[in-house]
Design a protein around this ligand. Sequence first.
Ligand code: NAD
Length: 496
Amino acid sequence: MQAVVEPKAYSDGVSTFLARAGKLLIGNQWVESDTGRMFPVEHPATGEVLAHVALAGVSDADKAVTSARQGFKRWSGLSPSSRAARLFRLADLLEQHAVELAELETLDVGKPFAAARMLDVPFAIETLRYNAGWATKLTGESFDLAYQSSPFSAGTIRQPVGVVAAIVPWNFPLLQAIMKVSAALAAGCVVVLKPSEVTPLAALRLGELAVEAGLPAGVLQVITGTGAEAGAALVAHAGVDKVSFTGSTAVGREVVRSCASDFKRVTLELGGKSPNIIFADADLPRAIAGAAQAIFFNAGQACYAGARLYVEKAVYEQVLQGLVAAAAALRVGDPFALDSEMGPLVSARQLTRVLDFVAAGRREGARVVHGGTRLDRPGYFMAPTVFTDVREEMGIMQEEIFGPVVCVSPFSDIRDVVARANDSRYGLAAGIWSSDARKAQTVARALRAGTVWINTYHTIDPAMPFGGWRESGWGREFGRQGVESFTELKSIATRL
Ligand code: NAD
């Protein structure tokens, strides 16, 4: 086992960054907020205040959009290869600062440093590189007109939508920011990025490195502040052409209402309550480990967490025992300790919310067979929690808890499990564990979800479109489709 790193053992680079993190990035300048107000950022493992960050208001949002409108002329006027070159340079810079970025994610979110260093940060950088590659590869198509008899040359081109408001949540702050910023910039758009008020640090550091990488003024602005004030002001701003939002379904609904006034383009990555199905013919040790990882990774604070676990009756007891053993063995603790597998929840508010769900589940008659409580230590730690005796109509089976809480339920019939898995207003992701390829494919086709994983979970990739059906969202991120979502399609017909 590797040595335990003291919680405060983050690098000097991070310490100096925390001291200067209180400004907004507008037009490549670090400026004070017009509100003059600041808000504290906490380390969830201790509750200590790490930094004070600017609380942007309506006029700050307006300045950021105005700057972006000017930046759009510069950026969309560059050749695709010049844009790509700058994005690749940014990726290299991020790589040089990978440890520091991972430390920031751990400080801000409380996620284990090992995960931030090995997963979040490298994956974010590869997403940036992947999207940068698309800058030079977006195309329209040419075709023959169907109805016209005289000769025409006809086809489509893709053009950038314009100014994008990118609004992201707190569970994967750097990755979420980079997903949106890199896809938008590759498509020729410019961005005003608003990170979550709970985790604003990585976005601010990304902004600094973007300036260093040579992004022209106005291409990326970063404004910190609340959703109700800065976020809502961006969404309502007439100078914004597209909103790319990741967050809760409730706020997504507000975003849609606001965008409806001027028909802004909108992409929404929202909540989930994903089913994970283990068939009796699965490789059980793998399936059990996969099911534990599906819910406990990032302390369950993942939109695609496998929160409803359906297990075929013949192996139900075995899987349940295995899952409880996995939960009991999970090392929950100081996220800077290199052997920690689960850190705290992101905030006191989130911990309360999750514990309230657990209490409600108990009241409804579900049984906690492991965990269910907060840990007796500073910070917002909670035990990995396993519920049984659940029914589909219970709140804990229908609502997104967004914490390390899994509901386990037996099934005996494929049609029944498909119907129960689909009995959700969400449709983000689903998992299937089986050694019968035909059965797994059949079930995968029957599930109403944007992504289905077979004999794996959490497999996201920059090349694989990701997004939700139903109340899990609109549109896709990642893949060609993710970059194209920042373009408008224009048809051009020329009479020859
Ligand atoms: P949230 O909806 O409270 O906030 C998300 C972002 O929206 C934050 O930056 C917030 O400041 C901003 N915001 C809040 N109110 C706003 C408003 N009225 N107008 C504009 N912006 C506003 O969500 P959260 O608590 O930060 O994150 C957790 C949620 O995010 C969960 O529901 C989770 O499922 C979802 N999520 C979805 C995905 C996905 O890809 N589908 C990924 C990660 C998280």
